[in-house]
Design a protein around this ligand. Sequence first.
Ligand code: C2E
Ligand code: CA
Ligand code: CA
Length: 471
Amino acid sequence: METETSGGEISLSVMTDVTALKQAEGRNHAQAITDHLTGLVNRQGFENALDEAILSADQCGMQLACLFIDLDRFKWINDNFGHAAGDAVLRQTVERIQAALRPEDVIARLGGDEFAILIAATDVSALASDIGECICAALHEPMPIAGNELFVSASVGVSVYPTHASGASDLLLKADMAMYARKRDGKNGLRVFDASMLDAARERHEIEQCIEAGLKEDWFEAWLQPIVSLVDGRIVGFEALVRLNHPEKGLMPPGKIIGISEETGTIGRIGDRVLEKAIRHLAAISELDGTRSTYLAVNFSPLQFELTLPHKLAALLLKHHISPQRIVVEITEAVLMLDNPEVHAVLKQLNEFGCRIALDDFGTGYSSLSYLNRFPVDIVKVDQSFMRSLSSGAADVRRKSRMLIKGIRTISHQMGCTVVAEGIETKEQWQLLRKLGLDYGQGYLFSRPMPIDGMLAMLENESEAKASAPA
Ligand code: C2E
Ligand code: CA
Ligand code: CA
């Protein structure tokens, strides 16, 4: 620093060596765009690289492909093997991805278990698919981590510039959409973006909004479908089935809602509403003659098995004067396959409390009979698909379906379980199932699911008809 005096004025000139400052700035910038676990560029760095690549691609007539990679079971690995194992999986993932790339390709970690790749070529589509397939295959090989062989796989989405997008963030978004479509198609593989995914994303967004609004405005309803004794058609219980009753769009079936709400985490709140309303409905039904011993079956998603569930249920039952013996908790094998100690504990508590557990959709999926042994299952619900193949199709298929149903019935009964047939639509199916020795049934033949008012009216009519029938 120097000071000078000239003509009575003091001027100050400062000279500093800026090299160190520049270097520090460079370091800060590098740090800001680097992922510290893997040493790759992060999302910010990737978007910068995409911007630059788009500029130069325009100048030299090249195409770009963006690959969006998301591991399929990463959360499960983190939860079950710990974060150190999770970090090791991420590092190995990077190594395997890098082995599939050319030196000039850019790879980034966007966050969590998400990676992105940027490829430039004159005809990029085929190359991107080849590289993507190669990465999927490499990641599908078992990973030796801390003495275990872990099985990882990845879902990959591909988008191409300029075909699918005109800017960096849009290109990345479309690769993300394609990856997401692959997840929905069964994971472990590659999908290239196409315009139909925009419609799907829009519809999904709309449904998410309907769910949020439905929770706020109380549009969720618990409809009921009777479950009858196959011997005489007498109603033994009711299954609660969720409906979102939108004031303008009308009814939305669970098929549209459940999957999305499981992904976004709203299923817990929806489940609470349905449970509360369904129990209230059972209390209303119980006011009618001859309905005191009917039961209520409620569907539960894997995510609903929180430790608080038994208490929540107990409080509701107390409030509505319903005994726990009248409640059936319907779960699918997906719940049992989680093999999660929390789920075990909750099922055990529910069972000790007096509730029964039904295994839903039996005969689809793995249908491992060992579940009947390992979990407190009281009821087996034979999937609708069996009813269909029981009465339609080739004689051979019909015969095999009969044998399968008989087998399920025999083992279930030996394990002390009641067997319920789902989706009975014809008298012929009813007769056949009765002959096969199934206990209960449910289906359009007896009644479609309906709102509580309709159900109460139907039950009242029935009991009046019975009362006025000649003895
Ligand atoms: P699910 O538990 O297997 O329920 C039976 C489904 O079969 C219901 O469809 C019912 O309306 C339909 N159904 C009943 N009888 C017949 C018949 O004779 N023929 C045919 N073709 N279908 C019949 P819905 O109401 O659309 O529910 C679909 C699925 O959504 C349910 O399958 C269940 O897995 C799930 N779900 C429904 N409500 C809830 C809920 O409150 N919570 C959860 N987590 N899942 C629910
Ligand atoms: Ca069910
Ligand atoms: Ca079912």
